[in-house]
Design a protein around this ligand. Structure first.
Ligand SMILES: [Zn+2]
Length: 441
């Protein structure tokens, strides 16, 4: 019986770092440069692991073949390591609500999605993915693109190593009713002028939604995205007014769960939030106008809220400067402060809050601007960090892989100078980004 090479190496690393931890200056040098051995050692002055309530100091993280093999006390014995002794290390951050294929500000003129070439779109996506990774978000959930499968193309390019970007779950096309928040019909355009690829998830009735959801799963979606109630940045409709029925949402949830993936539901209004929870959604995006009953239901069903409580500020300022449609600005004003109050209430009531920004509404890379708002609105800095690490990982179903600096998860580590627990705003300036043991910044 042979011991697999990986297991053997794990033992070697553990003893190497343990020797260092004991302060053994004359520790036997261990061969780490063999061609097939991929060992990266990181020394963190301060380490927030994403799970513990308190930071730790002077820790060494050994990453072997992309995953964390050991976390030990003290500096490593080898000279060949990433020295972050002046930094605070954190798990790679997770944003559960991005649209990496969309350029920020495109909402000002939605018809661009009718005419933009697929090549141009992927070039935009490549830039967004690089910027997002550079901002410290090593994992994202891409919850939609108007062009049905553009997110899948991007995910596959990142996974193959062709381009740099975060680990990515991607939704298929938006599941939405005709004329709903995910339907790209624009006043003044005829239906026959709209390319079919931007309307793949339009359905009505449980049977049709089930069929569309199955097509999304078969096509490789990692998560399903349903538009339960109307969008802010869409024409017609009232934000929060139910669009999909509970039965339609339930049909989609059943397909998702049968495939072992999650359903996230875009919902602003209390009724549609309740419908989505009772139908089996795993998370609610926006949740702007949740009432006490919806909050209690979320707690009871362990459904997470992904609330973008920064972007209202961006839309109100940049949207006005750039002349976004008046209807969008009005709907934004109606939902921003209300949503922030709901955030405070929901968090206090025990709703799991997962970090989600709606990146693409505001520029990719600005994701971390939301952290200070989360703290202003009732979270401790550690809670805000967990919302973007271990808690997010739990609710997107990836807690074996990301969201914590913990043995066997991916070696995804970011670092900042200073203490994010006293100044959460410094997370807007991530100095070091390591993904799977590979340093990108
Ligand atoms: Zn969104």
């Amino acid at each position: 019986m042979t011991i697999p090479a990986e297991k053997m190496m794990a033992r070697v690393i553990t003893s190497l770092v343990a020797a260092a931890a004991l302060g053994a200056c004359d520790a036997t040098p261990v061969e780490t440069s063999a061609p097939d051995i991929n060992l990266v050692t990181v020394h963190c002055g301060t380490l927030i692991d994403g799970i513990a309530d308190e930071p730790m100091s002077n820790k060494t993280v050994a990453i072997f073949n992309g995953r964390i093999d050991a976390i030990l006390d003290g500096p490593p014995s080898t000279d060949d390591y990433i020295d972050l002794s002046d930094y605070t290390c954190l798990p790679g951050l997770i944003d559960t609500h991005t649209h990496l294929v969309e350029r920020d500000g495109s909402a000002a003129n939605l018809s661009i999605f009718y005419t933009r070439s697929l090549e141009d779109e992927q070039e935009i996506a490549r830039g967004n993915a690089a910027v997002t990774l550079g901002a410290g978000f090593t994992t994202v959930r891409n919850v939609g693109a108007y062009n049905g499968w553009a997110g899948r193309v991007l995910r596959d390019r990142i996974n193959s190593g062709e381009i740099d970007g975060p680990r990515m779950q991607t939704a298929g096309f938006y599941l939405t009713i005709p004329g709903g928040g995910g339907d790209l019909v624009i006043p003044g355009y005829e239906e026959e002028d709209i390319p079919a690829r931007v309307r793949m998830g339009i359905a009505r009735g449980p049977d049709e939604f089930r069929r569309k959801a199955q097509i999304a799963v078969a096509g490789g979606a990692d998560v399903l995205k349903a538009i339960a109630s109307g969008a802010v940045l869409a024409f017609g409709g009232v934000p929060g007014a139910p669009e999909m029925t509970r039965e339609e949402l339930q049909a989609v949830a059943e397909v998702a769960h049968a495939a072992g993936i999650k359903l996230t539901a875009h919902a602003h209004g209390a009724e549609s939030i309740k419908d989505a929870i009772l139908a089996g959604a795993d998370s609610i995006e926006h949740a702007s106008l949740a009432d006490d009953e919806a909050i209690a239901l979320a707690v009871q069903h362990d459904v997470a809220f992904s609330m973008d409580i920064y972007n209202g500020t961006h839309i109100a300022t940049v949207g006005r400067e750039q002349g976004w449609p008046a209807e969008f600005l009005r709907k934004n004003d109606e939902t921003t402060e209300a949503q922030r109050q709901v955030f405070t209430k929901a968090h206090a009531a025990g709703v799991p809050i997962i970090f989600g920004t709606d990146a693409a509404v505001y520029p990719h890379g600005d994701n971390a601007k939301m952290f200070p708002v989360m703290v202003e609105r009732g979270m401790t800095p550690m809670q805000a960090i967990k919302a973007a690490t271990s808690v997010a990982a739990n609710y997107i179903g990836w807690s074996d892989d990301v969201g914590a600096i913990e043995t066997s998860r991916y070696g995804d580590i970011v670092a900042v100078r200073g203490n994010p627990l006293t100044d959460i705003g410094i997370l807007q300036r991530i100095d070091v980004v390591i993904k799977g043991g590979e340093r990108f910044k």
